[in-house]
Design a protein around this ligand. Structure first.
Ligand code: SF4
Length: 321
């Protein structure tokens, strides 16, 4: 049976800077051969350090970037082969919540205007119907519906992110790509927004792709997690398996960095040596080889494929072959 979202061997490459005295330009491999599926109603988390390609991946799924190659299928239809008109029709079914609620909302628009834009763009309802819809979604997202004439700067960070979520949901999408939706917020507000997202998922049967650099944040909201490193998927498993039995040395490093309040449960933090290689010049073998405490000669020569260890746990590492 086909999955709700299928990403197949997706590549997103950007032109890099010209090499001095050479005619050829380098290529930045922001997303390199990434495949995964998301089931309807599921939350798939994508985690990794800044620059690993997770945000580019999210934007490629939203068609904000054109993939270099590969395929994205949504509810059984390949998005990559749609005409511009068909794409416009499909677009309302997948929406995005952005990281920074301070810069992602137009400061010159009132909340009503911000929420009205997508409805107008898709020609949904007359002015009264649209206003009813706006008031309704504001209440659902925990905003007072009488604040429609206020500007974004009159709201707190948490309220602004609620506006961002309301803007994403007003078209009743099926898939929401949330790119670091709580990382710009105070810790006390983060859990409120995560709870809201979970409530909305239940209420509207939403499917989430939840992008974060913080494994501590995604644990309670995601059903499965994918760990990315240098544009590639390193490990993909259920959240339970990833936290209790991480396989990839990079995943183990990320998990060791999560703060734990109980000193009896604290594990020794793994400190990596070296830097992340450039995506314009990725290593020939495993991208993590230069920093991996378990690296072998083979790791520098052959790139490990993403292969299953169990039905629900895949890893790209020579240690498990
Ligand atoms: Fe480490 Fe080798 Fe596994 Fe890469 S393939 S993560 S270098 S052990």
């Amino acid at each position: 049976m086909e999955s709700f979202v299928e990403v197949k061997e997706l590549q997103v490459y950007f032109p890099g800077k010209s090499k001095l005295l050479k005619k050829t330009k380098s290529v930045v491999k922001a997303v390199d051969n990434v495949s995964f599926t998301i089931e309807q109603g599921e939350t798939l988390g994508i985690v990794g350090e800044s620059g690993c390609g997770k945000s580019t991946l999210g934007r490629a799924i939203m068609h904000l970037f054109k993939p270099t190659s590969g395929e994205i299928c949504f509810a059984g239809r390949s998005l990559t082969s749609l005409s511009a008109g068909e794409m416009r029709q499909q677009r309302r079914h997948f929406q995005m919540v952005f990281q920074d609620p301070f810069s992602s909302l137009n400061p010159r628009l009132t909340v009503k205007e911000i929420l009205d834009e997508p409805l107008k763009a898709h020609r949904l309802g007359d002015a009264k119907e649209r206003l009813d819809k706006i008031r309704q979604i504001m209440e659902v997202c925990g905003l007072n519906h009488t604040f429609t004439e206020r500007y974004a700067h009159e709201f707190s960070g948490g309220q602004r992110q609620r506006i961002g979520i309301a803007r994403a949901l007003i078209l009743q999408p099926q898939l929401v790509v949330a790119d670091e939706p709580v990382s710009a917020l105070d810790v006390s507000i983060q859990s409120q927004i995560l709870n809201l997202m979970q409530d909305l998922q239940e209420q509207f049967q939403l499917t989430y792709l939840f992008i974060s650099h913080d494994l501590g944040v995604v644990r309670h909201i995601c059903n499965r997690l994918g760990v990315m490193y240098l544009g590639r998927m390193a490990e993909l498993a259920t959240t339970e398996q990833l936290y209790t039995n991480p396989l990839h040395p990079y995943t183990k490093t990320l998990l060791s960095a999560i703060p734990v309040a109980d000193p009896r449960l604290r594990k020794e933090r793994i400190i990596l040596q070296g830097d992340v290689p450039s995506p314009a010049n990725p290593p020939q073998g495993c991208a993590f080889a230069g920093r991996c405490p378990s690296a072998m000669k083979l790791c520098t020569e052959i790139r490990p494929d993403m292969l299953p260890v169990t039905d629900e746990h895949l890893v790209a590492c020579h240690l498990y072959r």
